[in-house]
Structure formats: C-alpha cells, structure tokens
Design a protein around this ligand. Sequence first.
Ligand SMILES: CC(C)(COP(=O)(O)OP(=O)(O)OC[C@H]1O[C@@H](n2cnc3c(N)ncnc32)[C@H](O)[C@@H]1OP(=O)(O)O)[C@@H](O)C(=O)NCCC(=O)NCCS
Length: 198
Amino acid sequence: MSGHHGVRSFVMPTCQKYNDAMRMPEQIETERLVLRKPRMDDAYAIFAGWTQDTEVTRYLTWHPHQRIEQTKQFLQKCLSAWEYETRFPYVITLKGSDEIIGMIDPRIEGPKMGIGYGAARAHWGKGYVAEATRAIIEWAFLQPSIYRVYATTDVENLASRRVLEKVGMQCEGILRKCIIHPNISDVPRDSYIYAIVK
Ligand SMILES: CC(C)(COP(=O)(O)OP(=O)(O)OC[C@H]1O[C@@H](n2cnc3c(N)ncnc32)[C@H](O)[C@@H]1OP(=O)(O)O)[C@@H](O)C(=O)NCCC(=O)NCCS
C-alpha cells in the first residue's frame, strides 16, 4: 500500500508540562495557616466564601458563580491541575479549625513560578494572604531550579498590589492591555507585573 495516510493519531497533551517531577507538597503550614490541597467537599465553603461574590471576583478572570455546580467544576479543574502537575492550587485554611478562608494558586514554569490568590471578604485585611504568599515564595526559593516568583495584578487592584509589596516583590512595569477582567470590561486591562528573585 502506498500513498499518504496523514496523521493516524495525534495525541494533544491536555496541559503543557514544564516541570518534570517538580511537585509541590500537599500541605504547607505557616504560623496561623495551613495551605492544603483542596477536596471536592470544599465546594460549599468556597462557593459561600467567595466564588459567588462580585466584589472578590471583580479583578479576576472569571465571572462570579451563580450555582454551586460551577464551583464544583472549578474544583475539578484544580484537582486535575494537581494531577497533571501544572498548577498547585491550595485552599488557605485557619490552623486548628480547617476553616477555608481563600485560595492561593502557584504554577511552576521552568525557572519561575507564577502566583494568583483570593480570599473571602470576611477575612480580608488580616494579613492572611500575605502570610500564605510568603510561605509559597519560601518553598519556591528552596528549590534549586526556581529563581523568580511573579504575579500580575490589575492596575486598580490596590489590595493585591499591597500584598505583593508586603511580601517583598518589586513592580517591574506595566503590561498594557494584557489581561481581560470580564467583570470590569471586555477590553483587556493594563496590569502591573511584580516579582521577587533569588
Ligand atoms: C487581594 C486580597 C487577596 C488580599 O487579601 P488579604 O488577606 O486582605 O491581604 P492582606 O491582609 O495580607 O493585605 C492586604 C493589604 O492591602 C491593604 N488594602 C486593602 N484594601 C486597600 C485599598 N483599597 N487601598 C490600599 N490598600 C488596601 C490592606 O490595608 C493590607 O495592607 P496592610 O497590611 O499594610 O494594612 C483580597 O483583597 C482579595 O481576595 N481580593 C479579591 C481577589 C483578588 O483581587 N485577588 C488578586 C488578583 S491579582
């Protein structure tokens, strides 16, 4: 038989895998917090806490959830990310009570790590997200291969900018018309890029 048969099967990786065998711990403790890998039964607390909250989601890349099922789907994606080792989203819980107050979402991209986070409004302003972020940076810089931890934030997201400054990141510049924050506008927004290096 001759002729061109084309591609028989083409298996697309579901996610790009940058880091061979680099996995984050399933639990990280700080003075007041335990960051842990989420479980499906966290959905109710996460939905009640912030995924439905228009103020918390204002500067995020997704619309607030209308139904718990959306938060369950979101959690499924978080668990797949752990499985594929692309991102390692943690729930931030209060030490002693396991109460979920927010999430922090590190992803390892070769020599650098990107971070995103959010917290329930009832727990804003207590330094929890800064504490969680410091712990992630500390873990990152214990890895010989990671040299840079960065985050981006909407130019108007003052609380987030303050978190990044408190953890020692420097603002490196502005990414113009870079990220769509659909709860504000369909036009991509200017974002600051912050980073700390080893
Ligand atoms: C950004 C966010 C995670 C901060 O969480 P948090 O636990 O309140 O953070 P911290 O308490 O560690 O620090 C917040 C800092 O911002 C300051 N802050 C809060 N609102 C502010 C405002 N409007 N203007 C200036 N500073 C502000 C606080 O005073 C605090 O600084 P301080 O410790 O010097 O007083 C929280 O506001 C949040 O969930 N926002 C919605 C989700 C989001 O935007 N995530 C980031 C996407 S890049």
